[in-house]
Write a protein that binds this ligand. Structure first.
Ligand code: PGA
Length: 244
């Protein structure tokens, strides 16, 4: 059984969210492996369901005079138990740096919220054969400042940027062998360098059509799912695929 973690990004508005929660709450009932990283203003819609709630972002500063930010304490008060840090869209669009990502991790640790730390190489980086080197540098850039105890509390999500759906072009994802190999590299690297064992997720165009194949990769501990976490049938299928 793998973790099924949705990342709803800023796809849906309220009415769509209400139907999504309505359409999947029975699938989630009785499970403990489904987490939804929803938009902050929709957290309340998941109350009374068996979804665990994740945040898509957290402020680097604690509660205070920071207009437009959402602090880790505020997330905690909304029953948030997971938080994304370092998603490639934020690294690119908000130009988030390693120093900021470290601060975000610390705010989450302080509130005992489990971070999901995202890494992944671009298409160009992969074409140049520098994918592995790049993702290991994303790890060291932040983990060098963390304790073994802290690293053991986080989850790593490997999301090759070129495989993340853009909603337009058909998705191309790595083969099972490629995903297995890089997952093992990440786990071994973190074990050897920091003495910590971490769970590693795969993310990038996971959906109801490819999940049965992906489920064959034992080394992968779960999925981070963007586009398919908008559609009750699609996300519901992925949840059910872990019950078999
Ligand atoms: P995708 O997104 O499933 O739409 O490719 C994954 C992610 O960005 O977390």
């Amino acid at each position: 059984m793998k973790l099924v973690i949705g990342n709803q990004k800023s796809y849906m508005h309220k009415d769509q969210m209400v139907s999504f929660v309505e359409g999947t709450k029975d699938k989630v009932k009785g499970t403990d492996y489904v987490i939804m990283c929803a938009s902050d203003m929709f957290f309340y819609l998941f109350e009374g369901t068996d979804y665990k709630i994740g945040a898509q972002n957290v402020s680097i500063t604690e509660s205070g005079p920071t207009t437009g930010e959402v602090s880790a304490t505020q997330l905690k008060s909304m029953n948030v138990t997971y938080g994304l840090v370092g998603h490639s869209e934020r690294r690119q669009n908000q130009e988030e740096t390693d120093v900021q990502l470290y601060e975000k991790l610390m705010r989450l640790f302080e509130q005992e919220i489990n971070p999901i730390f995202c890494i992944g190489e671009s298409r160009t980086c992969r074409a140049e054969g520098k994918g592995e080197e790049f993702i290991l540098s994303e790890i060291t850039g932040v983990f060098d400042k963390l304790t073994t105890e802290d690293i053991s509390k986080l989850i790593v999500a490997y999301e090759p940027i070129w495989a993340i759906s853009d909603g337009k072009s058909p998705s191309v994802i790595p083969t099972n062998d490629e995903i297995r190999d890089i997952t093992v590299v990440i786990k071994n690297f973190i074990k050897e360098k920091y003495g910590a064992e971490v769970q590693v997720l795969y993310g990038g165009s996971v959906n109801m059509k490819n999940v049965d194949e992906l489920n064959l990769i034992e080394e992968v501990d779960g999925y981070l799912i963007g586009g398919a976490s908008q559609d009750p049938a699609n996300f519901g299928y992925i949840i059910d695929s872990q019950k078999k």
